[in-house]
Design a protein around this ligand. Structure first.
Ligand SMILES: [Zn+2]
Length: 300
């Protein structure tokens, strides 16, 4: 622990990247009204409602998913001009620019309709993230740490949180679209507070003794709902899998049920751990769930 710490001076808390995920929208509003809730001594905090028009329309997005618009090449592409593509450029100017950002750390607040509880999603590797994962898991044992394609360079990530020098996603469910649940809101608030506390302790070199290793999941791939050759859905997520995010699916276990009653087994060769099971927002792409492996984050 002799390495010189690089301080986090500027933090942005972002809500409403998806206009119908209400916890982050209401939490951002609350933090704007009561800035003392997010104030810490060693850094400044700004908040941002990312997609106000989608929220106004009570939709995830108007023209395209805002959280898929932040690849460095897309941000520089003048031909991408629909509402969300334009918003991405505005947000990049405000919080970034990506690669040389004025924002040191972005906390991006999201909801899922899946039964994922409080999940901290890390899209980049590195010591700071490992320390954060250990701290959040220690303070909030119900939290799940997820590594999501953190082998990709930041410039190739399309997620808003990759605009900052550092960035994470706080993903909490289950919450239906356009609905506010108190339990989910409280979990999002708690995890956000732990992240802010972590940054304060990190900046002031006062981190407590942390566990040496932290269990996490790591994204492998997404799988689609059963479809016929015409692209029509012919089945659904199996009832044994529904709501059982993070619970192991072994090879051969039923994963889908076709509308004619036929059970479809999981055809992979290794046990996997599902997330975003039956996520409502992914139906437009016919995605059934994400599959993950279990990994350990080692702190050294
Ligand atoms: Zn979202």
């Amino acid at each position: 622990m002799t390495a010189q710490l690089t301080k986090i001076s500027t933090v942005a808390i972002v809500g409403g990247v998806h206009g119908n995920e209400f916890s982050g929208i209401y939490l951002e509003r609350r933090y704007r009204a009561e800035p003392e809730l997010v104030k810490r001594s060693s850094f400044s905090v700004t908040t941002l409602l990312a997609n106000p028009q989608a929220h106004q329309a009570n939709k995830r997005y108007l023209h395209s998913d805002l959280n898929r618009q932040f690849k460095t090449a897309d941000l520089a592409n003048p031909d991408l001009t629909n509402y969300e593509q334009s918003r991405a450029k505005v947000i990049n100017a405000q919080l970034g620019p990506k690669g040389a950002a004025k924002t040191d750390f972005i906390i991006d607040l999201h909801n899922t309709t899946s039964n994922m509880g409080p999940c901290l999603i890390l899209t980049q590797p590195g010591r700071l993230y490992n320390l954060l994962a250990a701290y959040v898991k220690m303070k909030m044992p119900s939290a799940v740490i997820s590594r999501d394609e953190d082998h990709f360079a930041a410039e190739d990530h399309a997620l808003l949180c990759t605009v900052g020098t550092y960035g994470v996603i706080v993903e909490v469910g289950p919450q239906p679209q356009s609905v506010l649940r108190q339990d989910v809101l409280e979990q999002m608030h708690e995890m956000t507070q732990h992240i802010l506390d972590f940054i304060e302790l990190y900046n002031t070199d006062q981190l407590p003794v942390l566990p040496k290793r932290v269990e996490a999941i790591r994204y492998l791939r997404s799988i689609k709902l059963p479809m016929n050759a015409a692209g029509e859905r012919i089945g659904m997520v199996h009832k044994n899998v529904q709501d059982r995010d993070y619970q192991p699916i072994a090879p051969g276990a039923p994963i889908f049920t076709l509308f004619d009653g036929t059970e479809v087994p999981y055809d992979g060769s290794e046990t996997v751990y599902p997330t975003f099971i039956n996520e409502a927002a992914y139906y437009d792409n016919n995605l059934a769930m994400s599959l993950n492996e279990k990994v350990w984050i080692e702190l050294e």
